[in-house]
Design a protein around this ligand. Structure first.
Ligand code: SF4
Length: 407
């Protein structure tokens, strides 16, 4: 039986789908990439933005139209709560892990020999209780829930045994890791255990809120197996807007912390998220975002145009910004984001990077460096999933272009 995973949204959704993918392969199912070729779809939807909601609605309609046998879950299902019908089963978020129970063993469990990714995403926690005023996620994912360290270690060791070289620790708000445990376990404890109990060559973190970056964390970052890459959401450069957003820091605190990280790790990649057009955002507020972004050496910036989300406080705020102004401001930031990214890659021309080889495109391979630069490797002879040394020679679009170094 052929199964296709269709996954929208955040790294947590990707981690969940990836875990189910691994289980189904072990149970003897064939996982295919093209939905048309599959007997069954497993769809993990998203509702974080208005656009994500439309995309999720469209895929559900497509499943109905094609009369596909489908299991559909995720934040859009949690929000809309549709009723299951003949060939389509819906699962709210806290029931999503039950989907896998509908797939009995095709034969005795086999070892996992094929896996679709070379960098595995692992979910370490779910949920958030920060209630940023623009964010629907706490209403859909609930309060923080962490996975036990031993379960996470087991999952990492499982990936290690099939030769995976990088794991990406993901969660809705990973800084909250352990908050629901009674034994003072936190993200630093988890990282220490991973470094001690596993041999996985690279450990990467997904998005982490600035208030969880402390001295101990910064010290641990010096470990060679922890990727020199942090994604730290800024969201806005104006203190007035940060307060309205219910973000727990000021622009000054944010800048100071980032400067501290950069002074300890000058080549680290720091990416961020910025929201444009939040209610009450004046030209002056927007200029504060621009100024902050100009002043910090971000390696990339994800720009989000604010959209009203149901259930959230900000959707009720007066002084919503017109679509036209939101679009103008978004375009200005997108241009800056593009040049920031190129400037970061330029710093590494003629330098060596450690890269995991991922896919092949004609006479190139693609890969991801330790510091999160997407690389194009000029060769037609590399092993996918291997860890190589790579020298950056030039820039091609948003990629570093170069060659593998033979050791
Ligand atoms: S920290 Fe804020 S933006 Fe992130 S999931 Fe929690 S409420 Fe949403």
């Amino acid at each position: 039986m052929k199964v296709c995973f269709i996954t929208y949204g955040c790294k947590v959704n990707q981690a969940e789908s990836q875990k189910w993918d691994k289980i189904l392969r072990k149970r003897g199912y064939e996982v295919v990439n093209e939905p048309e070729n599959a007997d069954c779809w497993i769809v993990n939807t998203c509702a974080v933005t208005h656009k994500a909601e439309i995309q999720s609605r469209q895929i559900i309609n497509k499943a109905k139209k094609l009369r596909k046998n489908a299991f559909i879950t995720g934040c859009y299902v949690e929000l809309i709560r549709p009723k299951s019908e003949e060939n389509i089963n819906f699962f709210v978020n806290n029931e999503k892990d039950n989907i896998i129970n509908y797939f009995s063993y095709m034969h005795k469990e086999k070892d996992l020999i094929s896996f679709s990714r070379h960098r595995a995403i692992i979910k370490i926690q779910d949920g958030c209780n920060q209630y940023c005023s623009y964010c629907i996620v706490p209403y859909l994912r609930g309060s923080p829930k962490s996975y036990e360290i031993r379960e996470i270690l087991r999952e990492i060791q499982d990936y290690e045994s099939i030769g995976i070289k990088e794991i990406i620790l993901s969660g809705i708000n990973i800084g909250l890791y352990g908050i629901d445990f009674r034994n003072h376990i936190n993200l630093n404890t988890l990282l220490r255990s991973i470094l001690k109990e596993t041999k996985i060559p690279r450990v990467r973190l997904t998005s982490i809120e600035i208030n969880y970056i402390n001295e101990e964390f910064l010290e641990m970052l010096s470990h060679e197996r922890i990727c020199k890459h942090l994604h730290i959401p800024l969201q806005h450069g104006s203190d007035k807007i940060l307060k309205l957003m219910n973000r727990p820091y000021s622009s000054k605190e944010f800048i100071e912390k980032i400067e501290k990280i950069l002074s300890s790790y000058p080549e680290i990649s720091i990416g961020t998220d910025v929201i444009v057009g939040f209610p009450k955002e004046t030209e002056e507020d927007f200029n504060k975002t621009l100024k902050l972004i100009e002043d910090i050496d971000f390696s990339y910036i994800h720009v989000f145009t604010y959209s009203k989300r149901p259930l959230t406080l900000a959707s009720q705020f007066p002084d919503q910004i017109s679509e036209e102004i939101k679009k103008q401001r978004t375009n200005i930031l997108l241009e800056i984001a593009k040049s920031k990214k190129l400037n970061y890659i330029k710093k590494f021309i003629n330098k060596e990077l450690e890269v995991i080889v991922e896919t092949q495109k004609n006479s190139y391979f693609t890969g991801t460096s330790n510091n999160y630069i997407k690389c194009l490797i000029k060769t037609d002879n590399l092993i996918k999933g291997s860890l190589i040394k790579f020298i950056v020679e030039d820039i091609d679009g948003e990629h570093a272009l170069g060659r593998a170094i033979k050791e």
